[in-house]
Design a protein around this ligand. Structure first.
Ligand SMILES: Cc1ncc(COP(=O)(O)O)c(C=O)c1O
Length: 390
């Protein structure tokens, strides 16, 4: 089955009880048990719900996995996976990582006696050097948020297999459309479905998939114990979003590739980070494991003042936390997605005060570009320092 067909027919399209053309929202917390002492498919929504099951089967199919689970947010999904490490375990993670995941690791792991090390994700030797006797997990995010750095997924997986280490990836930026980590040997794939998968900035959701039965049992039990499952209405919205994901993303990626190239030509833009740009550091590795540069790019205006002027003069993109909507979204990682990282570490990571992240929507690319250029016109030229070579 080709991708476009899979997006419509990969999971259950029809309701098996009525044949309705969209799986209904089974808005029920519990289910009548005619044989009260016997188990049945659905008993209580925290344990399972037909609308959620449809979404879980769909994401498993799209990610070439056997099992899928839907959570109330990307962070709920990340927590369900990472909080299954145990006292004395050690986990190695990318240093350029989503701020919420960073906070979870640095604040919760010590409470549970779980050790962690952040490494330069772009250098395989740093993953190897970080391995200790008690290393149990590798956590990848590629392309990373917000600098779009690239990790060699196959390289990390190979290393992990040699040392019996579990591999986990946050695949939010690429979506199942452009990167399928299970096929590359990764054990657990996580998504913030709040972003491209739902795609309309009206739901928070998280997804986890795996093909390993034991891992699947653990994830299911955690979803049930934490009570962090996605509710039926939001499952239905995400299912609806998935049907148009490919055509939405095609346009969003086209816009991002165009804008990234055009912004590179602008004197007031110090640097542009986008995986398909010729000078992007991880470009070759990225295109060996993914089929698109994605719809997110980051650029540097050099200072807070320049960002302020730029944001005050931009019209079409909304300025907001998040990405992956049909509307273009500008974010300021320094005080938004990465604010929870202590300032010195943030700056060391390259999350500076001049950095802007743009998630391209489906608007006309020339309208978008003209709007960005118009806002750039207001930024004072002398306040932009010399162009940096990435
Ligand atoms: C890469 C990435 N992973 C995970 C998350 C967390 O997802 P959520 O906000 O749905 O909890 C985000 C949110 O911005 C993200 O960008």
């Amino acid at each position: 089955m080709q991708l476009d067909t899979k997006l419509i027919h990969g999971g259950p399209l029809l309701d098996k009880y009525t044949g309705s053309s969209s799986v209904p929202i089974y808005q029920a917390s519990t289910f009548h048990q005619s044989q009260f002492a016997e188990s049945q498919e659905f008993t209580y929504t925290r344990f399972g719900n037909p609308t959620r099951q449809a979404l879980e089967e769909t994401i498993a199919c799209l990610e070439f996995a056997k099992y899928g689970y839907a959570f109330s947010s990307g962070m709920a999904a990340i927590s369900a996976v990472l909080l299954n490490f145990s006292h004395g375990d050690h986990v190695v993670l990318c240093k350029d990582i989503y701020g919420g995941a960073y906070q979870l690791v640095t604040e919760m792991f010590p409470k549970y006696g779980i050790e962690y090390t952040f490494v330069d994700e772009t250098d395989l030797s740093t993953w190897e050097k970080a391995i200790k006797e008690n290393t149990k997990g590798f956590y990848i995010e590629t392309p990373s948020n917000p600098l779009l750095t690239i990790t060699d997924i196959k390289g990390v997986v190979k290393l992990a297999k040699q040392h019996n280490i579990l591999t986990i990836i946050d695949n939010t930026f690429m979506t199942p459309i452009y990167q399928n980590p299970i096929k590359l040997g990764v054990d657990i794939v996580i998504h913030s479905a709040t972003k491209f998968i739902n795609g309309h900035s009206d739901v928070t959701a998280g997804l986890v998939v795996t093909s390993d039965e034991e891992i699947a049992k653990t994830i299911y039990k955690t979803q049930k114990m934490f009570g962090s499952m996605l509710d039926p209405y939001d499952c239905w919205l995400v299912l609806r979003g998935i049907k148009t994901m490919n055509i939405r993303m095609e346009k969003e990626v086209e816009n991002a590739a165009f804008i990234a190239k055009e912004l590179q030509k602008q004197r007031k833009v110090k640097a542009v980070y986008y995986p398909s740009l010729a000078n992007h550091k991880g470009k070759d590795v990225h295109f060996a494991q993914a089929s698109s540069g994605g719809a997110v790019l980051t650029f540097d205006l050099g200072s807070y003042e320049n960002v302020k002027t730029f944001f005050e003069n931009v019209t079409f993109p909304i300025v907001a936390v998040s990405l992956g909507g049909v509307e273009s979204i500008l974010s300021y990682p320094f005080t938004m997605s990465h604010a929870v990282i202590p300032e010195k570490e943030r700056l060391d990571l390259g999350v500076t005060e001049g950095l802007i992240r743009l998630s391209c929507g489906i608007e006309d690319k020339h309208d978008l570009l003209n709007d960005l250029i118009k806002a750039l016109d207001h930024v004072k030229s002398e306040s932009c320092q010399k162009k940096r070579v990435i």
